[in-house]
Design a protein around this ligand. Sequence first.
Ligand code: ADP
Ligand code: MG
Length: 596
Amino acid sequence: MPQENRIRKLPKTVADKIAAGEVVDRPLSVVKELLENSIDAEAASIVIEIKNGGKSYIRVTDDGCGISKEDLFLAFERHATSKIRTENDLFRIHSLGFRGEALASITAVSKVEIITKTVRSKVGSRLQLEGGILSEEGDTGCPDGTTIIVTDLFYNTPARLKFMKKDATESSLIIDFVSKMALAYPNIRIRMINNGSTLFSTQGKGSIPANLMTLYSREISERLIQISDRQGDYEIEAYLSPVDLSKINRKHQVYFINGRQINSHLLDQAVSEAYKERLSEGRYPVAYLFLNVAPERLDVNIHPNKREVRFDQNEEVKSFLVTALKHGLSTEQSFTTMSVKSSFRSPKLDSKPPQSHQVDIKTLLSTKRAEQANAEMDMAPLVIYEKNDPYEFPPNIEPELPRKELLPDIRILGALFGTYLMGTDDSNFYLIDQHAAHERVFYERLLSQFNSSDKLSQGILTPFVAEVSPANMDRSGEWTLTLEAMGYVLEEFGARSLIIKEIPGFMSLEEAKSFLLDFIDQIDESNTTISQKTLDKIIMNSCKSAIKGNDRLDEREIDQLLFDLAQTNNPFSCPHGRPTFIKLSKYEIERMFKRV
Ligand code: ADP
Ligand code: MG
């Protein structure tokens, strides 16, 4: 904070240049603004406390510079700030705030109490406002710094009150945001309290890696590759995952530019380019990027919530990043090509579920078939079905029949690109996507477990631990039941992890781990209560990640796979609607070569 930190009302000409917008639309925005103010006040220690997802109570306490008694009332006026003074300042912003709008907007829609004291003054001052109107003021004894308590958010704006989501949803957004800020400000001790219990507390010792360990999974953090580089006006510090540690979405790509958490397509592209050809499609690295840019090269005044920024030279930034990240990755030894050995377990464990279970699956799947039909037809121009509509599969077909009909005695000729099995019978050629096939088998077994009252679990020799973000742990009750229904046996293990003691009977340990970790990641991502539809999607996606890698199957495994596929209710496509196999008749091939 500059020496001269008096608060002034911005001249109208400057105020008009500011990208305006509703700053306060949910509890998260209050926490964001208050936390940013504390950081701008050069606090060494900040405590954020919320209750009921921040709807009823938000308190942010810091030991920063405080606000002098003379300025205190002004701080709550619109366009009153100590951070910029002239229009030119807008082009070199060093602080997180600059619009002088936040406190005004927050007080307008809630009840606010502020207690603050600067080092220079002997006593602190206290203000209380309700809906923007001053209700109490006075002196008070208090330590240096500022405490702001916001209660009953939106009590006077019923429309917005209604718009707020469930407590757990609002709190998980806040916890996620604060965790990331805590990460990026390693010199500040940041403590997060939710409904009376401390979720995390960083040490303030200046180490991002230490904070990664505190805030995120230790297992992941330990493996991240640290990269630092600088060139001209750009400086980057990054933490990247080795290729064998990828995720199913970009959720673990977190970007800070000059201390601001931002979303950036440009940075997404830079990360993707740095990993190009190292990761299979649909997999994303973990990437925490902390980029610093000379303030005059960056416009932060383009977005109401400042979640986006504009560089003056996009290409320059991108190429700086790609080069830096690539270089860092290529000097890292730990890169290995991913290879996950598939393991089909003994037929006994894999034994076909009883008929009654199959009926359950059918009911479940039937709702999906209509959607899949379209997807499949679009995606698989080469699939030639002998039946008009593969989804009209007779439900009461004899179990042994499908294999005979669909995949008769196929001789496997080999594998193509490590993924497609080539096969033939007397009059057809088949290409079977072994991953899609495996996914279908896996998915149906999972559903059958899920719907069965009699779970088939297998104990594992060494229980494993899955780390869960603080935000997600807070509502683990909502989703651990689902995992249990699949046959996982798990318990809470400390404040931020689950210990897995048993896994579903039909999964290998590797599959069970990948499935579970991706499942948790996705739950993490869905900020609302998880509907059945979301859950279905999450299960399908997690199946995909359980079945990955360039598996080389031996003859017995191929046989087993084809057999298992034929037993499924919908052998034609994977759960995502991609075809499991393509069949070309001899006639079709001859026609292609213009022989007939
Ligand atoms: P801005 O951050 O854009 O300046 P705000 O409405 O958030 O606008 O805050 C108005 C002013 O109040 C700030 O410029 C700052 O001088 C003062 N202020 C707000 N919060 C704090 C705090 N925690 N510590 C010290 N000063 C603060
Ligand atoms: Mg502010």
